[in-house]
Design a protein around this ligand. Structure first.
Ligand SMILES: [Zn+2]
Length: 169
């Protein structure tokens, strides 16, 4: 029973699309990290600088401005506002994730476009001509295999066609 379970699992795991899927998930996870880094480390800092030297993912609306940190200090950052227990809308972080998603979607779109283009190219390529395996018998004009040395219709001896002659030695 264990053996049949193992065999079933092996059949499942060795199916090509499962392996393809696994590769896709692994590449996708690594790719997602690259895009997140691209957004957080390369795209957003200049935008934050343009917006007045702010860390973009630190942008927020404080819905409880009356809430203060211990000692009556007014929260100055997202972390401090959260520490003070204020309700915040962290729209900067949300926009970061949104841009993250848009970049991933754009990359997937471009990838699919390239794959579609390659597939179309393959389809428009002329199919290789199928070589006929038969010929006409010179005596009775019936269709006989090219390799035949005797006609199956009129039993005449014919010369085989298109076969490599056996090598000597
Ligand atoms: Zn014949």
């Amino acid at each position: 029973m264990i053996k049949s379970f193992f065999n079933e699992f092996k059949t499942f795991a060795m199916r090509g699309n499962v392996v393809d899927l696994a590769v896709g998930v692994i590449i996708g996870a690594a790719f997602g990290k690259i895009v997140t880094s691209l957004v957080n480390d390369i795209v957003m800092p200049p935008i934050g600088k343009l917006l007045g030297n702010v860390d973009f993912k630190d942008l927020y609306w404080n819905l409880d401005p009356s809430k203060t940190l211990d000692g009556g200090k007014v929260p100055q950052s997202l972390d401090q506002a959260r520490e003070a227990g204020a309700a915040v809308i962290a729209y900067g972080a949300f926009i970061n994730i949104l841009i993250d998603f848009l970049l991933v979607a754009l990359c997937v779109f471009l990838l699919v476009k390239v794959i579609n283009k390659l597939n179309r190219k393959k389809e428009t390529e002329a199919p290789a001509p199928v070589e006929s395996k038969t010929r006409e018998c010179p005596y009775c004009l019936s269709e006989i295999p090219k390799a035949a040395s005797r006609c199956s219709h009129c039993t005449s001896e014919v010369k085989p066609v298109g076969q490599a002659s056996p090598a000597n030695g």
